[in-house]
Design a binder for this molecule. Sequence first.
Ligand SMILES: *[C@@H]1O[C@H](CO)[C@@H](O)[C@H](O)[C@H]1NC(C)=O
Ligand SMILES: *[C@@H]1O[C@H](CO)[C@@H](O)[C@H](O)[C@H]1NC(C)=O
Ligand SMILES: *[C@@H]1O[C@H](CO)[C@@H](O)[C@H](O)[C@H]1NC(C)=O
Length: 457
Amino acid sequence: MLTNFLKTQQLQNDKQLFLLPKRQLVTYALYVLVAVALLYLFVDPAAPASSTVKPSVAAPWMQEELTPPSSSPPHYHERSRSAATTQAVSSSSASCDYTDGEWLPDPRPPPYNGTACEAIKDGRSCMANGRTDTGYLHWRWQPRQCDLPDFSPEAFLRWLRNKHMAFVGDSLARNQAESLMCLLTSRSPAELVRREEDGRFRRWVFREHNATVSIFWSPFLVRGVEKSEHDGVRYNQLFLDAFDERWMSRWLAAGGGDVTIDAAVVSVGQWFRIPSVYHEGGKVVGCYGCGKELNHTETSFFAVFRDVLRRTLAEMTRRNHHEHGHGEKLVALTTFSPSHFDGEWNKGAPCTKTTGPYRKGEKEMGYTETEMRKIVVEEAAAAAAAAAAASEVRFAAVDVTAMANLRPDGHPGPYMRKNPFAAAEEGRPVQHDCLHWCMPGPVDTFNQILLQTMLRR
Ligand SMILES: *[C@@H]1O[C@H](CO)[C@@H](O)[C@H](O)[C@H]1NC(C)=O
Ligand SMILES: *[C@@H]1O[C@H](CO)[C@@H](O)[C@H](O)[C@H]1NC(C)=O
Ligand SMILES: *[C@@H]1O[C@H](CO)[C@@H](O)[C@H](O)[C@H]1NC(C)=O
């Protein structure tokens, strides 16, 4: 099934999917169906079938987090910085194009200890899972025309004082949120005050700063039912005209108190590539990857992705109209995060490259990556333009696609599990995750750019 996932990916990258004769389309639709199980694994390997709500108790690791920050190894605090990157805000940040640049060697230690950061979900805890090579840790992103300042936990927490930042989206949103928590808790302790559905919903508070960071699982932004192989549900169901109120209701301050979201980091995309049935006005209006089986009009998932983003951002502006006096709100949209599978997954295919980044120009962005990125950038700009006059909401894209495309070495690969090679010894294929990011790793750079986006006026 992993093979099929890759075939599907390659097909999409070749722009061929919508041009194929019908018979082939059905065949490929079947590939897609089977492949979904795999993506489900990536997206949430440990997700429970049910959505049991657990009480908000602090996890055991919180005891450690509550110790003073000075107890952490000092060299993780004192990265010696080059003169160019000492300021928290780059003087050229307003005009700087962070997308155009290259990865340069950086001998400094990573910004936090990946083994000690307890916010990391097991699947991304590469070091704890046994990854021993460290070359992937020592790179920094150098934009061509300016500098990207180091991540400053102080500057971030200063901005976040009396605010609540929510990461909304899929497992890539969670990956970025966990990176942020590692970056921040290396300097200031946080308390886990909510944890539900196996970590799909989490909330931390930095008491010293009265700052809140949370994670909301919402892979479609609109209301949806995720496909579930276990229950024989082979398609996602997306309700294009209904928002996912699990997070959207928190955007509006009417709920009050500490759950109101002041800044949203939205990161979605991967789940839109899974076969889905689209509903609107109580009717099925289209389908992606269904072939003849369901007899629905085949729809481009790119078009649906754009439509969902447009509706969601417009709704965020609309709801905020009722909320004057709460200060400016920020919506940061992380662009599509590329994967790097090479060959057939179920035959143990690794990521395309595990040592070092691609050099500038060495790896073109694939078609899907290019399109998904463009949609986010364009919709963020359109929402910003539409909101400018009347609203207190600021929209911005955190444009990471090109930069992340050059980092095939930053994925967990086999280290998505502990003892990955035990499977091979028992004759089972070793699985590789070439979609998510190890921490520390390239995903920390997403948050470097996020911080500059927050500080920019
Ligand atoms: C990272 O944290 C682990 C677990 O707390 C610790 O054993 C290890 O020594 C730390 N590594 C460094 C380089 O400080
Ligand atoms: C703490 O932050 C929340 C928003 O996250 C705000 O509602 C509350 O008033 C703040 N508390 C204080 C004491 O400033
Ligand atoms: C498929 O849908 C079309 C148009 O709605 C309808 O005419 C046709 O009978 C349907 N075919 C099947 C097999 O249900």
